[in-house]
Write a protein that binds this ligand. Structure first.
Ligand code: IFM
Length: 664
């Protein structure tokens, strides 16, 4: 592989000057602990734009206009001013050396910079022991012409990214107000500030210590994101406690590929590491880019329910609980979304922030991509099946099933002529389908959702309204199930066969998404998919397909898929595993594991890390390669399908809430 990254089994290094200074490296070397996230730009004093720093805290959103929030780009607690040979470092062009290396086992980032004839070594961590703490240490030979200054920078702003992938926004919005620094003596100072509408008032405390040891000038700084008392805190102690906490987490999270190349093993660990770094610490969800970037205004999508939660079900019960409870706690908000659209029950928003309100501003996606409500119900059913939940939590989940079922009944249109329920004006997971009718994925997921409500009622977890049981049963029987005799499998939607048949290999010559070349109006008229749709349905509900139908679905839809969503490669890997297509699975899995590491979609620099795709890649490993059952339709786990160069895989996973070790 002709790579910008040097791989070791537990670390990645970028030491080519131009790559290490690239924005892609700021994303790649992101440090986080689920509570706080730091996009790792270089310390260019006054050379950084207002929006470049990228410090985020879980759940810290602020209004940018009526009803719409953005994840706040917070003040930078480590505003370094490095000078050497009479110059201050303000631009990458001054650097003669820049090497960055991330130790995945310890969560420590080391950057070595040279300019003005001097070399600086910077070490950073976001604590996995105390999630409110992060630290930085800068060291350099103690020549008289070097200095290290470190303060806060509250001169930051947001640049809200449009929901429309093709529209770039230049407008900067300041979301921080009343920033005030106070010095408390002994190197301790604090920065207090609020977000513009007063939604959050925060204090960052910081403790700096400068000293010379054996001819080396050392600057150490610790920050507490909650204004905690750092007077007795010591940099090395905090760093080591964090490394220890992370190392012990790895004992249960590592997936060891015996015999695999170093780069592959490292890429797998990098993906796992990001799911550790972005796992929330409270009942909150994970944004499509986690805490690594403000893309999609930091919002939570179905990515969490379908592509992240299943990973945590096998890896970390407390994170799975946070994700599930975020949805349960936002049932009322989902009721309000539904009422605002004149439907009944609860409709989960396509893009949600902390309070569960709809944040998607585009009509076709926000109003029509509604499968998320059934995805949430599906995810909660997987959560319920994975753990022995208390009765009151099961009842709360049952309420979600019933309310989302009510939404579906009111959103489908009953045709008395055909005695059938149709879903019109809908967008499926394949977002190139335009606004269509009877998207098979959505219809079948809605049926499953209503079945879950009925089952919960049978179990005595919820009481349905009078006559509702009959209505639900009628709905389940009569929902339109698109099928093509000609294709011999489930049909994506009512429109699919009307679309222009095109040769995808002519349209798409590289991994660059088609939407950069063709308008969505063109794409929605072509028989080209953005990401799996019917094939995803096969993953969620395999019993809807015979073996032959699943094979035909693969032949029809995989060949036409442009993989223009980063979720597409890992999902095709997982689906290929389920169909026993090891070679294809492996081809897709390799691509997805290296997606950000090699910037394969060429948007990691501008969008941050693709956390949803990373979750899906780990699903491909655990539920595909290692054979765990993804859906409740799969009665038993299937046998592992290891690539040729991997002799064994060792890992831990949760079964009925208990960790088990397995070597296959
Ligand atoms: O949820 C996805 C969607 O499926 C494709 N576009 C990007 C979204 C966020 O990752």
């Amino acid at each position: 592989m002709n790579s910008k990254v040097k791989y070791d089994s537990w670390s990645i290094t970028v030491d080519d000057l131009s790559y290490a200074c690239d924005k892609w490296a700021s994303a790649l070397f992101f440090l986080g602990n689920g509570h706080a996230g730091i996009r790792n730009r270089l310390p260019l004093s006054s050379g950084l734009g207002l929006t470049e720093r990228g410090i985020f805290i879980e759940g810290v959103f602020e209004y940018i206009r009526r009803g719409i929030t953005d994840m706040v780009n917070l003040p930078d607690p480590f505003d370094l001013k490095l000078s050497a040979g009479g110059t201050i470092l303000t631009s990458c062009s001054q650097l003669s050396l820049c090497s960055r290396s991330l130790d995945l086992r310890k969560g420590i980032l080391t950057t070595v910079l040279a300019f003005g004839g001097r070399e600086f070594r910077i070490e950073q961590f976001a604590s996995h022991h105390d999630r409110n703490i992060a630290g930085i240490r800068v060291s350099t030979a103690a020549y008289p012409d070097v200095s290290i200054e470190d303060s806060f920078c509250a001169d930051v702003a947001n640049i809200p990214v449009s929901d429309d992938q093709k529209t770039s926004n230049e407008e900067v919005i300041t979301l921080i107000k009343d920033a005030a620094v106070s010095c408390k003596g002994n190197g301790i100072m604090s920065l207090s500030f609020s977000t513009v509408c007063g939604t959050h008032s925060l204090t960052f405390t910081k403790k700096n210590r400068d000293y010379i040891c054996d001819g080396t000038l050392i600057h150490e700084s610790l920050v507490s994101f909650c204004g905690g008392d750092l007077s007795c805190a010591d940099y090395e102690e905090e760093r080591d406690k964090s490394a220890e906490a992370l190392s012990s987490l790895w004992q249960r999270r590592d997936i060891l590929l015996e015999g695999a190349s170093i780069s592959l093993q490292c890429a797998l660990r990098f993906n796992i590491f990001q799911l550790i770094q972005n796992a929330p610490s409270c009942d909150i969800s994970i944004g499509a880019r986690g805490l690594t970037h403000g893309r999609y205004k930091g919002c939570y999508f179905w990515d969490t329910d379908v592509f992240l939660l299943p990973y945590y079900l096998l890896a970390d019960r407390s994170v799975a609980e946070h994700l599930a409870r975020y949805r349960i706690r936002n049932l009322d908000a989902a009721r309000r979304v539904s009422a605002s659209l004149n439907t009944r029950g609860a409709r989960y928003p396509w893009m949600a922030s902390l309070d569960g309100s709809e944040q998607c501003e585009s009509w076709d996606t926000g109003k029509c991509e509604m499968h998320i409500s059934a995805d949430v119900a599906w995810a909660l059913s997987r959560y319920d099946a994975a753990f022995d939940l208390a009765e009151d939590e099961r009842m709360a989940i049952a309420e979600v099933y019933a309310e989302t079922a009510r939404f579906w009944l009111s959103r489908f249109t009953y045709s008395s002529e055909r005695d059938c329920y149709d879903l019109i004006f809908v967008k499926g997971p394949d977002e190139y389908c335009g606004v269509t009718s009877n998207n098979a994925y959505t219809n079948h997921m809605a049926i499953l959702n209503v079945c879950l409500a009925l089952r919960a009622c049978d179990e005595g977890l919820i009481r349905l309204e009078d006559g509702e049981r009959e209505k639900f049963s009628d709905f389940i029987m009569k929902v339109k199930r698109p099928y093509s005799g000609r294709l011999g499998t489930i049909l994506e939607d009512d429109n699919y066969l009307n679309l222009e048949d095109v040769d995808l290999s002519v349209l798409k010559e590289s991994d660059k998404p088609l939407y950069w070349t063709y308008d969505y109006d063109t794409l929605q008229r072509l028989r080209v998919l953005k990401q799996p749709d019917v094939l995803l349905l096969y993953l969620m509900q395999p019993s809807l397909f015979t073996v032959q139908e699943a094979e035909r679905a693969w032949d029809e839809y995989e060949a036409r898929c442009a993989h223009d969503s980063t979720l597409s490669w890992p999902l095709h890997a997982l689906i290929a595993y389920k169909l026993g297509k090891e070679e294809e699975a492996w081809k897709y899995l390799r691509k997805s594991l290296f997606l950000d590491l090699e910037n394969l979609m060429q948007n990691t620099h501008s969008e941050g890390l693709h956390i949803g795709a990373m979750g899906a890649s780990l699903e491909a490993v655990l539920y595909g390669m290692l054979g765990h059952a993804f859906s409740s339709d799969e009665k038993t786990d299937s046998s592992p399908q290891l690539p040729d160069d991997v002799s064994h895989v060792s890992y831990c996973f949760l079964e009925k809430g208990e960790f088990r070790h397995r070597r296959v």
